[in-house]
Design a protein around this ligand. Structure first.
Ligand SMILES: Cc1cc2nc3c(=O)[nH]c(=O)nc-3n(C[C@H](O)[C@H](O)[C@H](O)COP(=O)(O)OP(=O)(O)OC[C@H]3O[C@@H](n4cnc5c(N)ncnc54)[C@H](O)[C@@H]3O)c2cc1C
Length: 393
């Protein structure tokens, strides 16, 4: 059996795992990243696409943001559409902060490149299958590669392997508590080769359900419709999707969602999920492995980056002077932000979606809330502060 030794064994090459490996390298700490998928698959996986200011600053200041600075789209506001009218929330004027459109797969590509340029060890097509006691002095991660079982021996394990990963699932019984809410709907998402219908993101509350107009670039639109969590995509011909987007986002005369070739279609179920604590012995969970937010607040990738920023700082302190205070309060530090973001994502979701058993009362309550958020500076500022994102912990 082949055995590798490193300081930090990282499971998962998503935004969390790659950023952690990159930040550790900048601190002179060695890591190995174990990823079940191929490099191509990771670089083409279309998911999130909105970065908070703090995430952009982290990428740029750590030297992985050069292409982002050249190619990303910077937005100063978002629009809320209800009662067939659009209302702008000026994020920049309200908070002094902006948000940035840059696909998650681009962040992943940039971080992979940064790690490879620095001689980093990324093991693709290597599936972690478990680990030895995280309470031991030198925990071991076992993974399968080309049919063989191999091992990485390390000081610490970072479980950055997403919601369906092995790290959280391998924790001893009774250690973790799950907090979860599953929503009775999903998002039908498309990626289309067409310029964005609107300069900024449009979040629509409509009697027929929520819709979101967003983008990945000036020639690539990302568009979403609220649907059943198990929606059958076969029932959604392209023409039906465009028609539904136009119905739900209809506002002033002359506005239309332009159609174009759809290059990807998917359905994602929505859930809120937190596991506590985010650490056990020498195993630390980060990103989707520890928590999931409904995408209405555009927070998933940002939260993953914030976790590993905290973890990298704590590991740096440990390797620099042997102190473990920051490591010991990793979970507590992250969870404070996680729950703030959970609350915001839940609130946006409740304000904008139809829940199936909605009464006329519920719809009017939502409209009253949207009117308040768009008319009251204090309410708009609260939304803007959370949407544009909090400073890193
Ligand atoms: C379909 C989908 C659409 C989304 N859309 C949005 C959106 O529009 N907006 C938004 O803000 N957020 C969105 N999200 C959430 C956002 O993408 C995540 O929050 C983000 O990917 C979290 O990063 P991560 O690194 O923690 O996890 P991930 O990106 O999930 O990375 C985990 C990695 O671990 C690997 N892995 C898993 N198990 C193993 C194993 N046993 N061994 C080795 N490797 C393993 C996986 O292959 C993956 O590469 C979406 C998520 C999904 C699933």
């Amino acid at each position: 059996m082949s055995l590798t030794r490193t300081q930090v064994g990282i499971v998962g090459a998503g935004p969390a795992g790659l950023m952690l490996s990159h930040l550790l390298h900048l601190e002179g700490i060695e890591s190995v990243v174990i990823e079940s998928q191929s490099r191509t698959y990771c670089e083409q996986r279309v998911r999130a696409g909105l970065l908070e200011q703090a995430s952009v600053d982290l990428l740029v200041q750590s030297g992985a943001g050069e292409r982002l600075r050249r190619e990303a789209l910077v937005h100063e506001g978002i629009e809320l559409c209800f009662n067939h009218r659009r209302h702008r929330i000026d994020l920049f004027e309200l908070t002094g902060r902006k948000v940035t459109i840059y696909g998650q797969q681009e962040v992943v590509k940039d971080l992979i490149q940064a790690r490879l340029n620095a001689g980093g060890q990324l093991l693709f097509e290597s599936e972690a299958i478990g680990f030895d006691d995280p309470l031991s002095a030198e925990p071991v991660i076992r993974y399968r590669k080309d049919g063989d079982v191999r091992e990485v021996r390390c000081d610490f394990i970072a479980g950055c392997d997403g919601f369906h990963g092995v790290c959280r699932a391998s924790m001893p019984a009774g250690v973790l508590t799950r907090y979860e809410r599953v929503y009775p709907f999903g998002w039908l998402g498309i990626l289309a080769e067409v310029p964005p219908a609107s300069k900024e993101l449009v979040y629509a509350n409509h009697e027929r359900g929520f819709a979101l107009l967003t983008m990945r670039s000036l020639i690539l639109s990302r568009l979403y419709l609220q649907c059943a969590p198990d929606e059958n995509l076969d029932e959604w011909a392209d023409a039906r999707i465009w028609e539904e987007l136009n119905t739900r986002c209809a506002a002033e005369a002359g506005f239309a969602v332009r159609d174009g070739p759809i290059i990807q279609k998917s359905v994602t179920a929505l859930r809120s999920f937190v596991t506590e604590p985010m650490q056990f012995g020498k195993l630390f969970l980060a990103g989707d492995a520890a928590h999931i937010v409904p995408p209405t607040g555009a927070k998933g990738m940002n939260l993953a980056l914030a976790d590993v920023y905290v973890l990298a700082r704590a590991l740096a302190q440990f390797y620099r002077n042997g102190q473990d205070e920051l490591l010991n309060c990793y979970s507590e530090t992250c969870l404070r932000r996680v729950w703030r973001v959970q609350q915001f994502s839940w609130w946006m979701t409740y304000m904008l979606h139809r829940f199936g058993d909605d009464t006329a009362f519920e719809h009017r309550r939502q409209i009253a809330e949207l009117e308040y958020v768009t008319r009251s500076r204090a309410a708009a500022q609260s939304l803007a502060e959370n949407y544009a994102g909090l400073p890193l912990p």
